[in-house]
Each structure stands twice: as C-alpha cells, then as structure tokens.
Design a protein around this ligand. Structure first.
Ligand SMILES: NC(=O)c1ccc[n+]([C@@H]2O[C@H](COP(=O)([O-])OP(=O)(O)OC[C@H]3O[C@@H](n4cnc5c(N)ncnc54)[C@H](OP(=O)(O)O)[C@@H]3O)[C@@H](O)[C@H]2O)c1
Length: 325
C-alpha cells in the first residue's frame, strides 16, 4: 500500500481507503464492520470514510462501535465525516452548509463515532443558498475548536472550490484541501480539464468515491441483479436503472478482456485504473463482505500495469476521448 500526500498537505493517506455508505447498518452490523475494517487496516488502509447522513447517523454509530472494539492507536488511522443533508426536517437542519448547522452538526457526528475529532470533515454537497464565506468561516472555527483537522468539499464545482480557497486565503482561514468526487471508468466528469486544473494548481487532494459504480464494474450485474447485491436492496432501488443500463453493461463486457490481459478481476482492474491517476490521493472502496475487501485490496498490485496501449484500449471500450496527454 502506497501512502500519498493529501493534495499538498503534510497528511499521508493510503491510496486505497474504506467507506461505509449503504453497507454499515443496512447490510452490516458491528461484527462485520470490525472484520472488514480490520482486513482493510491489515492491508495498509489508514482512512475510513463516513457521513452524518449514511443510514441516518447509524453508519457513524456502527463505525464508532467497531473502532471501540478494534482499539487501534488514534494516530494510526484517519476518519472522516460529512455534513449537508442533515438528520432532521427543521429549516436549519437539512440541505444546508450554514454556520448553525455545521457547528452544531459536528458534535453529533463525534458522539456517534466516539471520537474527539475527525481527521477530515467534508461539505457533502454545495449549498448555493449559503455564502461560501459563511461556510468557510464555520469550517475554520470547527478546526480551531479541534473537532476536525482538515476540511474539504464533495461534488463542488471547480469555480466554487477556487472561491472557497481564495476566501480562506484572504481571511487567513484554514483552507479546504480536498475534494471528494465520483470517479470510475464510467463516470470521469469530475476529472474534466477544469477540475484537473484546480487539483493541479492549488494542490487540491481528491478522495474518490464509487470506484466500482456501486458494484457494476465488478461485472456482477451482467446477467441481471444478483440476490444480496446492492442492486437488490429495496431502499436503493433508485440505483437499479444505472446498474442494469445496457450501454454501461456493454462497456463492462468490453473491459473484461482487458482486465484478463493483466490477470486482474474486473473489480481489481477498475480500482487499479483509478489508482494510476496521480491526481487521486485515495480511492474510497466499499464492500458488503470480507471476501470483497480481500479481493479489492489486491488492486494495488496491478496499478503499474497500465501501459499507454492499455489506457487507449480502455478509453475506446468506455467511449471516452482522452482530454489530457
Ligand atoms: N461523497 C459522496 O457523495 C459519496 C457518495 C458515494 C460514496 N461515497 C464514499 O465512497 C465509498 C465507496 O463508494 P461505493 O460503496 O459506492 O463504492 P463502489 O466500489 O462503487 O461499490 C461498492 C459495492 O460494490 C460491491 N462490491 C465491492 N467489491 C466487490 C467485488 N470485489 N466484487 C463484487 N462486488 C463488489 C459491494 O456491494 P454489494 O455486495 O452489496 O453488491 C460494495 O458495497 C462509500 O462507502 C462512501 O464512503 C461518497
């Protein structure tokens, strides 16, 4: 496992990390969480991703209980959470990045996680109704209170990221240092040129999500929705159209021989492809069972196999015209 700097911060983050969206509480209780987090940690993962909204706070509770059982040295791992959607319906309790919501919200997250601070705190989505200056000040204050060490954005536009950085610079605030964008073989828009420019010019880190497009890129949906998979979960039936989209399935089929050519499973191949992008600080993996963690952690062994010929064949398979050299 390689440890990459989170953008140009001094923080080192494992190139593969582990997140709990969908899985914790909905599919996995504390014992399974302990087992999978331990397998990831033993493989070198030092970053565990969470969010206030995951399973309405229960995902943080499961991770907190698992961390309690695992008893790792606090210095040996990083935990994140994210704020935006909220857990309640009040006018200042959902879909906001206002000062009140952020400053109060972090306390509940820390309580559920059983931690004194999170390492990374993300604004889970942009909030066009709150001035970025208000959000930047609130995140700065949370860091000054010692409740988070770094802050970042998730799915923000390139222009808003730059705006947040510039506001922070102007007021000598802690700057946002990392974006959490979707990134996989089928969804590459958050690494379009305007984003790459920001990541490069500002040394902005990226912790990328859904590297397997919710499991689609493992090849498991090629013959329909398998029982027990994410696509079979009633609460996530909104994912079904994308997991069964014929065009995407055709792309996955075209990728299979390319994965075979380097001796990787489709899942390992798809994860390793994310890793070969040097603008990626960490690829956040997800898993509903131990065997997936074990398979996915092996992806690091394939990341150097992506020759320019292979990359060109991949672009052709997924129908993407490369925008960079
Ligand atoms: N910032 C954001 O807005 C945002 C959004 C989404 C996710 N995230 C973060 O990113 C993390 C990863 O996202 P994700 O869970 O969507 O990742 P993903 O890698 O796209 O999907 C993970 C799911 O795919 C299936 N899977 C994983 N490995 C497999 C394998 N080797 N073979 C077959 N199936 C496999 C499992 O689902 P089943 O076994 O149930 O089918 C697993 O839960 C999340 O946990 C979260 O921390 C952030």
């Amino acid at each position: 496992m390689e440890y990459r700097h989170l953008g140009k911060t001094g923080l080192k983050i494992s190139e593969l990390s582990f997140g709990s969206w969908v899985t914790f509480h909905n599919q996995n209780g504390v014992d399974a969480a302990v087992e999978m987090m331990a397998a990831a940690y033993d493989a070198g993962v030092n970053f565990f991703d969470n969010a206030q909204v995951y399973a309405a706070g229960k995902s943080e509770e499961v991770m907190g209980a698992a961390l309690g059982k695992l008893g790792w040295r606090r210095g040996s791992y990083l935990v994140s959470t994210k704020l935006y959607w909220g857990l309640n319906d009040g006018p200042n309790e959902k879909n906001t990045l206002n000062r009140k919501f952020l400053v109060e919200g972090i306390d509940g997250c820390l309580e559920r996680l059983g931690l004194e601070h999170v390492d990374l705190l993300y604004c889970h989505r942009p909030d066009p109704a709150t001035p970025i200056e208000e959000t930047a000040w609130a995140m700065h204050n949370i860091i000054e209170q010692g409740k988070a060490l770094y802050w970042g954005t998730s799915e923000w536009t390139a222009a808003d990221i730059v705006s947040a950085i510039e506001i922070a610079e102007r007021h000598h605030l802690h700057k946002p240092v990392v974006e959490q964008p979707v990134y996989n073989l089928l969804e590459q828009h958050r690494f379009a040129p305007e984003y790459e420019k920001v990541y490069r010019e500002y040394g902005y880190g990226t912790t990328t999500w859904s590297p397997l497009a919710s499991g689609l890129l493992s090849g498991k949906y090629s013959d329909g929705i398998p029982a027990g998979s994410r696509g079979s979960l009633e609460a996530y039936d909104w994912l079904q159209p994308q997991l069964t989209d014929p065009e995407s399935l055709a792309k996955v089929a075209a990728l299979k021989p390319l994965a075979d050519s380097i001796g990787a499973s489709l899942a390992q191949f798809s994860l390793a492809w994310c890793l070969q992008n040097s603008l990626v600080s960490s690829v956040i993996t997800g898993a509903s069972r131990l065997q997936q963690v074990q398979e996915n952690m092996q992806a690091v062994t394939f990341k150097d196999k992506f020759t320019s010929e292979l990359l060109a064949s991949i672009d052709q398979a997924v129908g993407i015209t490369p925008t960079h050299d």
